[in-house]
Write a protein that binds this ligand. Sequence first.
Ligand SMILES: Nc1ncnc2c1ncn2[C@@H]1O[C@H](COP(=O)(O)OP(=O)(O)OP(=O)(O)O)[C@@H](O)[C@H]1O
Ligand SMILES: [Mg+2]
Length: 511
Amino acid sequence: MSKNDNFDPIEIDWRLKVFDSLSFPTLVLRPDRTIIAANAKFYERSEVVRDDILGKTCKETFKKVDNVKHLSCHEIDCPLQQVLNTGKSQSIIQRNISRKGEDIWEERVFSPMFDEKGEVKYIIESLRDITAVKVLEKKYIDVREMIDKVVQSSVSGIIAADKTGKIILMNEAAEGLFGYSTADLEHCNIEDFYPKGVAREIMKKLRDENIGEKGKLPSTEVRILTKNQEEIPVEMTAAIIYEEDKEAASAAIYNDLREKQAVQKKLEEAESQLFQSEKLASMGRLAAGVAHEINNPLTSILLYGNLMREKLGNEHPLISNLNYILEDAERCQEIVKNLLAYSRQKRPTKDVFYLNNLVGESLRLIRDQKLFMNIDVVKELDDYQILVNADKNQLCQVVINLIINAIDAMEGQGTITIRTYRDRQAGKAFIEVADTGPGIPEEHLSKVFDPFFTTKELGKGTGLGLSMAYGIMEENHGKISIKETGPQGTVILLEFPEEPISDEFHFMSIG
Ligand SMILES: Nc1ncnc2c1ncn2[C@@H]1O[C@H](COP(=O)(O)OP(=O)(O)OP(=O)(O)O)[C@@H](O)[C@H]1O
Ligand SMILES: [Mg+2]
């Protein structure tokens, strides 16, 4: 310490001890930047001796100390100058390299010591090693960046909102799902993302301790609302984010359920089709057996009955009874014929034909029937000539069955509309038979394709029409379904794979 400093020696001794015992490397400088003291830690830190630094300027000193970078002497950059200008402490963070070549982060703090007049007399500079803090800070930044990447790359939509509902985070998947972009979020509230009342309902459930853990919503199916006001089914989980026991924000994860639900629906349809075909197959075997057994005795009843009728002549008193017997036996034969047709094992004989022709032919086959009474038949046939590859005779049987069902349903009055159309992209062709009848009651919907299910009076229907149609459509790689039914009428839909048109077909004449 300079002799010019008029400290009391005891005081100086005491101050030196404190100064020396400081755990930070520390220097005392004069305003002219000469170093007048350094503590033990400083010598240890910088590996210099007293003569290297005392009485020297900081610039001269730090040139010798190769593990502490010299700070610029430029007025604005020099923290020492800033202390002199402002009379306030200054600090800068500096990255130095240790002798072992490792990074050391140090905070260099410059504090003023004033004289009696309030002028800065000395400047204390201490170096604080903040490497550990810096390492932690770097780790924190890395983890944050990693979390950001995970959130952004997640295939699930993730949204966080503050306690007022303002959106504070939205990942790319959520942007895609909800249709909003980051620019829209300024004016959005989380309530806009759900149909009316749903957001509040979710918050209520989140706070309800009886539903899962408090502040957490287990996986739930809800409908969200997109920017285009489209409602989408999603599976969501949500959580309230607490800060010191107070609600600070909420976050939710969404997974679009549309695809899953579509697959599930297809699976259910396939299952019910399989069930129906199995049922039809076993009923078919049973029906074939019964029909076969009954057919022979019936043939002889009819044969001998007709012989008897010829012998007895029309005047015989018992002839009307015999006629009843024969009429009923003929009806039985008709039923047996249907049963045998229903249970037929024969493969369809397929051919390529125009769908519109199938409609024309089916109508021609029942044209003369008095059945139609006051029923109008409207044909709405696709202008495009749709081709299908199927057994035309079998399909005529199906269309006729549907027309007769429609006639029966309308009880003599109404309109039957037969439509053909196609879905070019899906490669599908369709025929619809629509009536203006009373519709099929809900409780019958699962039974109408069952063999022998009929609501018609005894002797009028066998209940085989639709189940036969079902079997035929299946054999022809098509489908039959009830498209609509209600008090306005019923629409039955037949669906086929569309046959791609071939050049050869253009030149063929087909019926
Ligand atoms: N277009 C329709 N409108 C209302 N109900 C219908 C219609 N088509 C079918 N149904 C109902 O489905 C039942 C089963 O039809 P399905 O064609 O299999 O047998 P059916 O017509 O009763 O007898 P079958 O066809 O053997 O003469 C009918 O009895 C009727 O109750
Ligand atoms: Mg029928």
